[in-house]
Design a protein around this ligand. Structure first.
Ligand code: GRF
Length: 208
């Protein structure tokens, strides 16, 4: 007799195109992630990721930050929505907002983010531009658990890409995006299999 693995319930927060969201949905549907995307929430109504979610029959919600008094108030509503959908893991995928302890305390070590640089280099906005301007020869992407700092949480996985002589922000971003679409699903699957343990700043990846 085969046993069906427990599937985690994933809530994805976005603000834009949602190509990472798409990669995650696809890997859930193919069985490469033992999980299901149960809701997608955007702070922007125009985010194309909402349409991606609807195309897969996933509840797609617009939660307008302008209608909330402050970040804490916004995050309290987010938490309520995520709980309503029974979310186990919160995945930030191009969510252009700083999250507060209200969200983090509700989902301890259960909020992940992807950043388009090799952290701790180039945190914050325009990471690819920062990398080009600094003149590094390699960059990449980082999946990490979110803490209260900006891109400072414990690192789960990283992937390296070369920086080429003729790179622009666009070509470097494209190369990094290709890696993101593999790295984020891989990190989520490690979580789904219960293989991640956070010890201080380090994330231990346990054997199956
Ligand atoms: C990615 O580059 C990710 O690293 C950053 O936001 C971007 C989202 O891209 N956090 P997409 O919307 O998934 O295409």
């Amino acid at each position: 007799m085969t046993t069906t693995p427990h599937k985690i319930r994933i809530g994805v927060l976005i603000s834009g195109s949602g190509t990472n969201l798409q990669a995650i949905i696809d890997r859930c549907e193919s069985g490469e992630i033992d999980g299901t995307v149960v809701c997608v929430i955007s702070n922007k109504a125009s985010a194309f990721g909402l349409e991606r979610a609807r195309n897969h029959g996933i509840p797609a919600l617009h939660l307008d930050h302008r209608l909330h008094a402050d970040r804490t108030d916004y995050d309290a509503t987010l938490v309520a929505l995520l709980r309503e959908h029974g979310v186990d893991l919160v995945v930030l995928a191009g969510f252009m907002r700083i999250v507060t302890p209200t969200l983090l305390d509700a989902f301890p070590n259960r909020v992940m983010n992807i950043h388009p640089a090799l952290l701790p280099s180039f945190p914050g906005l325009d990471a690819q531009r920062q990398a080009l301007e600094y003149g590094v020869k390699v960059s990449g992407c980082t999946v990490h658990f979110v803490d209260s700092g900006t891109d400072t949480g414990p690192i789960i996985l990283q992937s390296v890409v070369p920086v080429r002589e003729d790179d622009t922000e666009e070509t470097l971003s494209e190369r990094i995006h290709v890696e993101e679409h593999k790295l984020y699903p891989a990190a989520i699957q490690l979580f789904a299999r219960g293989r991640l343990t956070v010890v201080g700043r380090r994330v231990r990846i346990n054997e199956e």
